[in-house]
Ligand binder design. Structure first.
Ligand code: CTP
Length: 373
């Protein structure tokens, strides 16, 4: 199906911006991720608008008038509500690093779209007329679930795009086109700072198809570089675990929890190397059982949290088991009073051990009783 127009009328903020820009230009386009996500039927949070036919000086005053805030010094980019607005531009790599680009204003939509990473991210919708522009067959790739780069040279100039490809593949369950994968194999991410890498990793951790992203990380030989460790590429066991567990556990710490525990990595060393958020370390330290877990071990985890919060509750069998124990929604509430033990003369290590022993006995009783009811 060929799309030639898209109705944008049901977005009041967009209508407001279109009305505001109308006296200055007839060429302003919704671009990038917002068009892609709209066509995928996803909820939109941020919008990018690319504007033509206004010069830099006038653009600045038009944006001031709108009350938009400028950012990114050379890029003529302004923010208004959840809209990023920028003059159309071309980018030319002139020096090392992700900021080493010469930026020039551009007057041609096809050229403006050429600097973009993937065909699915180069779609444009005119915000006044609804006209749909697709210079690089992005719609077809979107329908077929393919991530394809637009231009060899500009793609290679931006190593962040390797990680972006992995994130998109993993988010949408998309395949990276062979020609793009081949190009990526000849690139490296050495010029990226750890912060930049981590920003993409945080996006990856939120995706639905972690197994696919992980497969690409391995295929592109990035696992060692990013995590300092290399899992067994031949083994599908971990990929299957990622896939199955993700269907149940939505928490963004799931990947690291499974990765660090499955491969038995030293978590402190890992977090020191990657400098990823410490809150993930806490979650990665939750109990981990690869195989079946008995009622007592499972119930013990509920000393600390309701089992629905446990990252290891990754299959239906465990969910059922937790529900049967009535520890799915609520954690186990012990009736043991620590003060009683202190009054009885326990302190320090002995106090901790006694407390644990009594709580475990109490839990065993609870399981027995619960089974009979
Ligand atoms: N873009 C690019 N190369 C990059 C970063 C961005 O080509 N290294 C282009 C893409 O066209 C992208 C758009 O700029 O769609 C907006 O970038 P960004 O907001 O980072 O990504 P989105 O595609 O909107 O994805 P997300 O949903 O993750 O924000």
């Amino acid at each position: 199906m060929q799309i030639s127009k898209i109705n944008l009328k049901n977005n009041p903020n967009l209508t407001f911006i279109a009305n505001f820009l109308k006296p200055y230009t007839q060429r302003a386009y919704l671009v990038g991720g917002s068009v892609r996500d709209m066509l995928l039927g996803l909820e939109l949070f941020d919008y990018d608008i690319e504007i033509y036919d206004i010069n830099i000086k006038d653009f600045d005053s038009v944006m001031q008038k709108l009350g938009a805030k400028g950012f990114g010094k050379n890029f003529f980019v302004y923010k208004f509500r959840n809209f990023d607005m920028a003059l159309a531009r071309t980018e030319n790599k002139i020096s090392y690093g992700h900021k080493g680009f010469e930026v020039k204003i551009c007057n041609d939509e096809k050229l403006g779209a050429k600097r973009r990473d993937f065909t699915i991210n180069a779609l444009m919708i005119n915000i006044f007329s609804g006209e749909f522009l697709d210079f690089y067959n992005g719609l077809q790739d979107l329908k077929q679930g393919i991530l394809r780069h637009i231009n060899d040279q500009s793609f290679q100039e931006d190593s962040l795009r390797i990680l972006r490809a992995i994130v998109f593949a993993s988010r949408f369950n998309f395949k990276i086109a062979d020609e793009t994968l081949n190009l990526m194999r000849n690139m490296d991410i050495k010029d990226l700072s750890q912060d930049r890498i981590n920003a993409e990793l945080y996006k990856f951790f939120q995706t639905s198809y972690l197994n696919l992203g992980y497969k690409y990380l391995q295929e592109l030989d990035l696992e060692k570089e990013i995590f300092g460790f290399k899992g067994d590429f031949e083994s599908l066991e971990f990929q299957n675990l990622l896939k199955e567990a993700r269907k149940i556990i939505k928490d963004e710490a799931l990947f690291l929890y499974l990765y660090l525990n499955f491969f038995k990595l030293n978590k402190e060393v890992f977090f020191k190397k990657t400098r990823l958020k410490k809150e993930y370390l806490k979650k990665a330290n939750q109990a981990f059982y690869l195989n079946d877990i008995d009622d007592f071990e499972l119930a013990k985890i509920a000393f600390d949290m309701p089992l629905k919060e446990w990252l290891g509750l990754w299959d239906e069998k465990r969910v059922e088991q937790a529900k049967k124990l009535k520890l799915y929604e609520n954690k186990f509430e012990s009736k043991i009073v620590t003060q009683d033990l202190i009054d009885a003369g326990f302190f320090g290590k002995a106090l901790g051990e006694k407390l644990q022993e009594l709580k475990e006995n109490e839990l065993k009783e609870y399981i027995k009783l619960n089974k009979n009811t």
